[in-house]
Unconditional design. Structure first.
Length: 206
């Protein structure tokens, strides 16, 4: 089993990365959180991995930290949650935020994840909290005691809408666009500022 890859980043988007290891290119599915930590193409990178084996394909997933990989394992253990949905969750919240959200039983916060409805959010909270209770050794390093995960401050609607429309017109997917724009406070930010920041997150020059 491949537990980690250490090599040169060839290319990356907000949902995938290609890493060259001794001349062999490995394509991995990644979260937006991991994408935000990657260097520019040509830079050295280390990703912790998990492999999904099916009859018709083998898929690698990469993570910037062991904690993120562990949380991925916990997520895919939940009934009805596959790797893609797990990555969507990890693209919406940091590992620490997700842990705090689960412990606070914040199903409304969980439902903010793209593709997660009310019932799925409740199931995620219930099953993950039970798993965390059994695995007391797993407490993500970025958890702040007593912290409750809060929605990321939203940018000004008009500026965000214009920046999102521009990114979509450039060929980025809706998910890539949402992740690239998440976390920016639109107050005192122009559309061009938001667009430039988002493009840097996407690994492109503004």
């Amino acid at each position: 089993m491949i537990s980690q890859l250490h090599g040169t980043l060839v290319e990356a988007t907000m949902s995938s990365a290609v890493v060259d290891v001794s001349g062999v290119g490995f394509e991995l599915g990644i979260s937006g959180s991991t994408a935000a930590t990657l260097p520019a193409p040509g830079g050295e990178v280390r990703l912790y991995t998990r492999m999904q084996v099916r009859e018709d394909a083998m898929t690698l997933f990469g993570f910037a930290s062991k904690d993120e990989r562990t949380m991925f394992d916990r997520l895919v253990s939940v009934s009805g949650v596959g790797p893609r949905l797990a990555l969507a969750v990890l693209s919406t919240y940091t590992v620490g935020q997700l842990y705090s959200l689960v412990m606070a039983e914040d199903d409304k916060g969980m439902a903010k994840v793209p593709g997660v409805g009310k019932k799925t959010a409740q199931r995620l909270i219930l099953e993950l909290k039970s798993t965390f209770a059994k695995d007391k050794g797993f407490v993500p390093v970025d958890v702040i005691p007593g912290q409750v995960a809060m929605p990321v401050p939203a940018a000004a609607p008009s500026a965000i809408d214009d920046a999102r429309a521009a990114l979509l017109s450039m060929g980025f997917s809706p998910q890539e666009t949402d992740v690239a724009l998440s976390g920016y406070d639109g107050q005192n930010m122009r559309v061009e500022d938001l667009l430039g920041a988002a493009l840097k997150r996407l690994g492109m020059d503004a």
